[in-house]
Design a protein around this ligand. Structure first.
Ligand code: 13P
Length: 220
């Protein structure tokens, strides 16, 4: 783990609005149903904004957001609301990835189908997985909101921007909230592309030579 950077502070009101926008986007994309999913941002070194538990991500208001310390202490919660039941997963990601300032968890249907079938998306079949995302490995099942889930993701956090959570969904994390949303969109799109190739009868994974050439060309 590298030392915690001195984060430029983000405007809290702006980020509360942005979390609501991303929640609406997840809902419109059908990446969540009912109260599924949760979103957080690291406002600064001492404060994390996170969605409350048990609310639709499609209808949240900026004032609904909850503020936690990086250790999980409740700093501000409107009307006694409680933070997302997955807050420890979010905090674990921030602890192990100092570059990350936003986390998005959702249940995008095709990618979650892969997580149910036990199929990871970490073997590269698109150049972008080598150049940018590092692919999306599958983390074995752990009870949502339970003690084991945050620990279960730790070995997979480095070198990836998103993970499939076994029999559960996906989580994407990035230096900005927009990039974390894009990461979630990419996971779902890659799952659809993989499924299409599979239905067509064959997946041409990138060869070791193609992967090496991409690494050299893009210096990754
Ligand atoms: P919360 O409503 O507690 O955030 O939980 C939603 C969810 O998707 C759990 O995995």
């Amino acid at each position: 783990m590298s030392p915690t950077p001195n984060y430029p502070a983000w405007d809290a009101e702006e980020m509360r609005r942005r979390i609501c926008e991303v929640g609406r986007r997840l809902y419109e994309l059908f990446f969540v149903a009912g109260n599924d999913g949760n979103i957080s941002v690291r406002l600064n070194a001492d404060e994390i904004l996170i969605t409350p538990t048990n609310v639709s991500k499609g209808t949240m208001r900026p004032e609904d957001m909850i503020t936690l310390s990086p250790e999980g202490e409740l700093l501000n919660a409107p009307n006694g609301a409680r933070p997302s039941s997955e807050y420890r997963m979010h905090l674990t990601i921030y602890r192990h990835r100092p570059d990350v300032r936003a986390v998005v968890h959702a249940h995008p249907p095709t990618a979650t189908g892969f997580a149910v079938a036990g199929v990871g998306l970490d073997r590269p079949f698109l150049p972008e997985a080598v150049i940018r995302t590092g692919g999306t490995p599958l983390v074995p099942y752990a009870i949502p909101g339970g003690d084991e889930l945050p620990q279960s993701i730790v070995p997979y956090l480095a070198g990836h921007q998103a993970l499939l959570l076994g029999n559960h969904g996906a989580v994407a994390y990035a230096p900005t909230l927009t990039e974390a949303l894009f990461g979630m969109e990419t996971v779902e799109l890659n799952a659809r592309i993989y499924l299409t190739a599979h239905q067509l009868g064959h997946i041409n994974f990138l060869t070791d030579a193609q992967i090496a050439a991409l690494r050299e060309r893009y210096d990754v």
